[in-house]
Design a protein around this ligand. Sequence first.
Ligand code: GLC
Length: 573
Amino acid sequence: MFWLTIRSGFTFQTKKMDGTKVMGLRNVSSICSLSEMDDHDLSRLLDKPRLNIERQRSFDERSLSELPMILTRGSYDNYEGMHSPCGRSGIDTPASWDRNSFDPHPIVAEAWEALRRTLVYFRGQPVGTIAAYDHASEEVLNYDQVFVRDFVPSALAFLMNGEPEIVKNFLLKTLQLQGWEKKVDRFKLGEGAMPASFKVLHDPVRKLDTIIADFGESAIGRVAPVDSGFWWIILLRAYTKSTGDLSLAERPECQKGMRLILTLCLAEGFDTFPTLLCADGCSMIDRRMDVYGYPIEIQALFYMALRCALSMLKQDAEGKDCIERIEKRLHALSYHMRSYFWLDFQQLNDIYRYKTEEYSHTAVNKFNVIPDSIPDWIFDFMPTRGGYFIGNVSPARMDFRWFCLGNCIAILSSLATPEQSVAIMDLIEARWDELVGEMPLKIAYPAIEKHEWRIVTGCDPKNTRWSYHNGGSWPVLLWLLTAACIKTGRPQIARQAIDLAETRLLKDGWPEYYDGKLGRFIGKQARKYQTWSIAGYLVAKMMLEDPSHLGMIALEEDKQRKPMIKRSSSWNC
Ligand code: GLC
């Protein structure tokens, strides 16, 4: 639905993003605009493996950068319009999409160099990238480790650049770590738990490399990373899509690894909701920030990992049961999320008028949310058109905060319906100053202040208002925004955000995060040369140049789970 098909006759050349390789000849004589495409074209884009960037790509995989002379403003508008039929945009679109807009920016080469400096080797093989290469910082803490979640944008950058080996090595190495016995004090963790991070120790005397890993037993707060296993599965699919190499995912140990991760989440117990219950700080926001319970980030990653696993698990004796449970869970999870986590103007108005203390199946206000608990800021923040998945839903509690990662992953995994995806993008545009400001992108909005900050964070000096996890701006999120923009047919939003990032990232030394309402200040305690800030930028650039990369990190709508939910007024024009 969102991509261009090229048919016959044209010559082109292109380079790898790090400027090292040039590739072949092609012919083009006509293109068909996005509006002429159907779902089938989208599914082909998302389904197609990309062996690597150097192989001869088929016509319909070609990048916009290869079409500079033919892609006019008109066809670009068509492209945008696919998921936003109402016309739109407070954001300036480029007058034309010419070749220059895809010429490598001077900081691209610098970014590749900086990324390569972070490579970690185990017995001569690259197995990951450290979290930050910040020599100036007095305290290394654990930023010299390979974090599973931090490695994802690095991995995508390498895949997109035709270097899948490091990703394969990483997947196999972390799989081995999963097999370790994991204990916090005297308490054993589930078999499927994946590490938050690991470190390679080099013994120059014995010429031996060994690994230490952290499953939460050393982490600040002692929380196990629920997101690691999900990212691992998502990355395994990205590798498979990108290379076309099915043999890795089909290996018995990878099949077992997936099953073990999901067994942790699919067990039946006291749960009355299909969402996954978890502790505060078990994902990217790894400190106490009121993200316990059913945080959107985990639910969206859970949904995506389930769908990725479904596409890779074998229907054999061991896989069959797992597949069945995944299917049932997906069905219930998508219904729950789309119904209860979704907020737009109409829904907000409904909650505002909720009755409370309703008993029995006929209750409208199922979780007994008290309208007085709706925070004031949301009434100004909610645009007439637009919406998002809120931060958390549990009995008598709705966390209305907007979280970037969860909403972008909801778009990429198609947890969001096409209408909801459009609405999420509409909201980002409508609240550009709040969410993007001067540096993309707010991790969460708004910040928690004063008394609430004391209670919620436990007086955390790192998470003061508009800093770090508490309303800070994280450049790494640029790749997620870009992917979501491409999937919803709105690349100009990503372009705008990338332009902003480019004015400062290199100059500022690739900070981990920025502070302030507009993200103007380099974060109070931000690391410099934070690897995922560098890799996130590169991935965003490469995706915008060649949107067919999106296939490795996005899933099309699951037709079987098409929603029965009525459109609310903010989705209409
Ligand atoms: C911080 C972030 C976490 C990240 C880690 C390494 O703890 O909150 O998400 O994985 O740094 O960069």
